[in-house]
Each structure stands twice: as C-alpha cells, then as structure tokens.
Design a protein around this ligand. Structure first.
Ligand code: SRM
Ligand code: SF4
Length: 567
C-alpha cells in the first residue's frame, strides 16, 4: 500500500469491499461510536457518525464522550415514493430517530439522531419498505436527482426512469450491506464483488442530475454530470451532457472552487446510462487519489482539459459525443399550489421550510402529511429545493386532500413570502460536524429581516433566490443564489451576490466575514436600487450586473476575492 495515499483511500481499499470491522463496531456496547476506520466506511452505507454540537462543551466538561449519534440518508433516485413508504418512514422517525424527517437538497430523506444500537433496525425497516441507503454517501455515485415537473407527466416519467437506471447501474455491489445490516452470513470476498468500482471505488463523491428544460429545479450544472433532456415532439430523444460541476471549496485555498458543469455534447436517449458509466469510469481511473481536496471530477477536468475528456469518452464509451443541441434553462424554483398534468392527474406542491418535517408547535406538519398519506393513492415527490409534492392525485381525491391541507394550515406557497418559499438552507448546527455557523435554524429569522427590507423598498412580492450554507462546502448550493451566505464563524458569514435564476451563472463573493447587521446594511441600498432601476423580467442577480454593482466573473480563483474591497 502506497504511503502517500490519504487515510480514507487506504481504508476503503483494505475494507474487504466496505465490510471493515463494522459488525464488531456495532456490537461494541462500551461506546456510542464506531471504530475510526468504520466511520469512513459507514458513509458508503449511507450513514455519518455525528455528535450533538449543542451538547459538546457541556459533555466535555462532564468528561463524557461526545453524544454520538448518526445521520442516515436514503438513496431515492428522482425523489419519488409511495404513500405506504411515506407512512413507514414516518413511523420509524419516532422509533429510531429524532421524530423528524429531513428532505434534502438532493431529493431524498435524512434521519437524524439515530443511536448506534438502532441503526440496523432502522435499515431493516427501510428494506421492508423497498428502500435502502446504499451509496447515499461515500466515494461512489450519490442519489441521482431529476426535475420534478408535475405538469409534464410523460416526460417526467422518462427522466425519472433514466435516474433510476443510472442509480442502479452506478451503485456499489458487494454483499457488505446485506451482511452488516440485514443479518446475512458473510460471504468470501472476491474481486468480482465490485466489477465496476473495484476495491478502490471512486476518488471522491460523484453526483448526477437530469434537467428537463426550461426548468432547472435540480441545479443541473452543480453536478459532476449534468444531463439536459432534449425533447422533440413531446418525446425525449436524448441528453446534452455537461461535466465537472460542483460547489464545494475551502476558505483561503485558491486551488478549490465551485465550478459549473460545462456542456460538452449530446448522446441519444438509449445511450445515456452507458454514457454516465463511461464518464464515471474516466474519473475512477484518472481522478486524483493523493489529495482529497483535489479529487472531485471538476479538478480532473481542469487538470487534463475538455479535449482530453472528449477523447477518453469516445474511447471508453465506444462512440464520440454528438454536437450539443439547443436548450434554454429559465428557472430553478418550485411552482407551488395545484397543477394538472397532461394525463389529468393533479399535483400539489407544498412549501416545507428547509425540508424539515416534524410536528412544530404552530404547525403539525408530520401529522398532517401522515393523514394525507393515509388517503392518497398516488405518489410523493421531493424537490431539490427541499419541498414536497403530493403527486398524481386523481380528481376524486383532490378535495379530501385539500380539506386536510386547510385543516392543518399547510402552506401551498400562499402563506409565506416569495423570498421565504424560494430560500434553501443546509442543515448545519446542531448535527453537522463541519458547520461554522447556523443555517437551517437561522433561515426563518433571516428571511423575515430581508423581506422587511424588500417591503420597505416596495418589492416584497418579488422573488429573489436566497441560499444559506453553514460552511463553504455548499450543501444548499449557495453559489447559485442571487443572495447567498456561507458560514465563517458563529454569527458571521460571507455574502455572495449575483447568480442568475436559471442556475447558469455563479455568484461572486461580495463581503467577507460579516454579521447580520452588516449583511442587512449591505443589502438595503442594493434592494432599494433594484426597486427603482430594475428592468421588467430581470431578477436581482441580473440587475446587479446591469447596474455595474458586479462585473463579469473572470475565473475560478477570483471567486475567493471580495469583489469590492471593504473601504
Ligand atoms: Fe452536503 C458534507 C448535508 C447536499 C457538498 N453534507 C455534508 C455532511 C455529510 C457533513 C459531513 O461531511 O460531515 C452534511 C450532513 C449534515 C447533517 O447533519 O445532516 C451534509 N449535503 C447535506 C444535505 C443534507 C444538505 C441539506 O440541507 O439538504 C444535502 C444532502 C444531499 C443528499 O441527499 O445526497 C447535501 N452537499 C450537498 C450539495 C448539493 C447538491 O449535491 O446538489 C453539495 C454541493 C455540490 C457538490 O457536491 O459539490 C454538497 N457536502 C458537500 C461537501 C463539499 C464537497 C466538495 O466537493 O468539497 C461536503 C464535505 C465533504 O464532502 O468533504 C458535504
Ligand atoms: Fe454542513 Fe457545511 Fe453542508 Fe451546511 S454546507 S450541511 S454546514 S457541510
């Protein structure tokens, strides 16, 4: 084993296809934690060891070990599940987790505060529901996301099917999942256990998304592979492929940066799964294995160049990419309320702030959704904006569902401000081990205050995309927000401005390390100028460029420089 490989790389290679000592770790009753090596491997199984950061100092003072607990994430390609699955998830949220379900920015669920002794039971319950967490985290392909497009059912079905097929093809295969969690006897480990990934798996996480233009609610260009569906005469004939998207960066490290995926060519619909596999194989074989901060596919592409990539693609896939087809991406938000599709089904998009489904004091959200699941015969769909669609409702069921919506006071978008219902935040404190500042818990207060400024300026009903992440990793895809904050320290954020609304232009760092008062003071004059000078149909991000407040984004390393030095 090479000495220069990072620990995470060595651990997966020596793990006997992701078995490691997970079984022994789980059986050890002396601690709530896993063995160190197993904390890396558990990610491939969809779980992260965490500790309650609100309690960290207190427990340290009491000389107790951290309050170890786990986050478990489901693999749910396309974000679709049945009412029965919803009811099953709702039930286990109380039995094995903190009583909440958390819809993520990648269209799936997370359970928080699962203790070690409950992990296997939780995964066994998921298995009975036909659900799993295999590959939801770790150095493999992650949950494949798609546009939700409730009003375009036929095309949605096609892209959804593609998402499921890509997810299945790129999932890891060893029997470790069944052995560790589903009590199956251990099998002899052999090389064929992972014919595609081999014992090396990928250098880093990998993400695939599919957009159905003109909508881009999955922020397709934020992914390692962004597939843009091309429709002709109501049929999807193929996909433009964009490569090398990703949000994560590290403050102060100019070698790391967010990057939008670059559209490189087109593949016919029947080749899309093979094409994705070929691209992941290129990253498997050429991605950086010695420096994890440089191991995402975006850096492989920037190291070797797009021409090199296109040559490798033709070689591995067997066919070259065809020329790109025309497309337009206009918006990345959700459309709330009821819509009817071309098959006569009704779909209701509900605003579920930061995707947190629990019974709050004022709003019994989890109870309400449970009541809906009991009478609903269609589907639930999760959006990449952390909202929920009660989907494929037939005409007869619609009024019964609406009654429950009214009874519980659920928000079909009409109860909240446009700013709030289009905002996304990551989880951050108290569970995320990487959080530098609050995000989910801070978002409601922040949106109220920014909305207050918008009201003063007379633009309270405008939609402006706000994204908040508790650190620069960018789980809320902040670099695609018209206004975005990334956490620097408790109460301190970097302020980014100027993305477009279609997910095709990154924003720019505007101010560094500022508190709420300074954030509001920076935004106030800009919002008031926007109110007076904006052109019809142009969003806040576009306005900042047109008005000269921001100038063109010139390159990835400039991303780290505040555009206007603090005077
Ligand atoms: Fe994320 C790590 C939560 C979407 C970039 N992300 C984490 C961890 C697991 C923290 C950790 O490593 O210890 C967070 C768990 C918090 C918690 O307590 O639940 C976490 N990420 C999330 C979720 C739940 C945010 C949310 O509020 O919805 C999203 C779950 C997605 C899913 O269902 O699969 C989530 N993360 C994203 C996205 C957005 C996307 O994929 O569309 C990104 C930016 C896109 C990208 O990958 O570049 C993202 N997460 C990261 C990174 C930075 C990766 C990088 O290339 O630098 C990390 C840290 C890491 O990997 O080292 C990270
Ligand atoms: Fe945690 Fe940072 Fe992701 Fe927020 S952006 S969930 S703080 S890793």
């Amino acid at each position: 084993m090479s000495e220069s490989l990072p620990e995470a790389e060595q651990i997966k290679r020596e793990s006997r296809y992701l078995r490691g000592s997970l079984r022994e770790s789980l059986a050890d009753e002396a601690t709530g934690a896993l063995r160190d090596e197993d904390t890396h491997l558990s990610k491939f199984h969809g779980l992260y060891q965490q500790d309650d950061r609100d309690l960290r100092d207190e427990r340290r003072l009491q000389k107790l070990e951290p309050h170890f607990q786990f986050m478990l994430r489901l693999r749910l390609p396309g974000g679709v599940l049945t009412p029965n699955q919803w009811l099953g998830l709702d039930e286990v949220a109380d039995r094995f987790a903190d009583g909440s379900l958390r819809l993520t920015t990648r269209q799936t669920f997370q359970f928080h505060r699962v203790f070690k002794e409950n992990l296997a039971s939780l995964i066994q319950h998921l298995d009975k529901l036909g659900l799993d967490s295999r590959g939801a985290c770790g150095d493999v392909n992650r949950n494949v996301v798609t546009n939700v497009n409730p009003h375009l059912s036929a095309s949605h079905q096609t892209v959804y099917n593609a998402a499921v097929q890509i997810s299945e093809r790129l999932n890891w295969r060893s029997a470790a999942y069944e052995e560790v969690w589903l009590n199956q006897p251990e099998k002899q480990t052999e090389e064929e256990e992972e014919p595609f990934y081999t014992h090396r798996y990928l250098p880093r996480k990998f993400k695939v998304a599919i957009a159905l233009p003109p909508h881009n609610d999955c922020d397709v260009l934020a992914n390692d592979i962004g597939l843009i569906a091309i429709e002709e005469n109501g049929e999807i004939i193929g996909y433009n492929i964009a490569v090398g998207g990703g949000m994560g960066m590290t403050y102060g490290d100019r070698a790391t940066y967010p990057r939008l995926a670059t559209p490189v060519g087109f593949v016919p619909a029947d080749q899309v799964v093979d094409a994705c596999e070929a691209i992941v194989a290129i990253q498997r074989d050429h991605g950086c294995r010695t420096n994890r901060a440089h191991a995402r596919f975006k850096y492989t592409l920037d190291d070797y160049g797009l021409d090199w990539f296109k040559e490798r693609f033709a070689e591995v896939h067997g066919w070259p990419l065809e020329p790109l087809r025309d497309y337009t991406l206009t918006d990345s938000g959700d459309r709330f309320g009821w819509t009817e599709d071309d098959e006569g089904f009704h779909h209701l998009t509900l605003f579920t702030p930061s995707g947190r489904i629990r019974d709050f004091e004022q709003l019994k959200l989890r109870t309400a959704l449970r009541s809906i699941a009991k009478i609903h015969s269609g589907e639930f769909r999760i959006t990449c904006n952390q909202n929920l669609i009660i989907s494929r409702v037939n005409a007869k069921e619609r009024s019964a569902i609406q009654k429950l919506v009214d009874h519980y006071g659920l928000d079909d978008g009409s109860r909240s401000t446009p700013l709030a219902r289009n905002a996304i935040s990551c989880v951050a404190f108290p569970t995320c081990g990487l959080a530098m500042a609050e995000s989910e818990r801070y978002l409601p207060e922040l949106t109220d205050k920014i909305h207050g400024l918008m009201e003063e300026a007379g633009i309270g009903q405008e939609t402006i995309q706000l994204r908040v992440s508790g650190c620069p990793n960018g789980c809320a895809r902040p670099y695609l927000g018209e206004i975005a904050l990334t956490g620097k320290a408790p109460g301190k954020y970097n302020l980014y401005l100027g993305a477009d609304t279609g997910g095709q232009r990154l924003n720019r760092l505007y101010r560094e390390n500022i508190d709420e008062e300074e954030i509001l003071a920076e935004l106030k004059p800009l919002l008031s100028r926007f109110a007076k000078e904006r052109k019809p149909g142009k969003g806040f991000g576009d306005f900042l460029y047109q008005s000269g407040v921001l100038s063109a984004n010139t390159g990835p390393t400039d991303f780290h420089e505040p555009l206007i030095a603090r005077g």
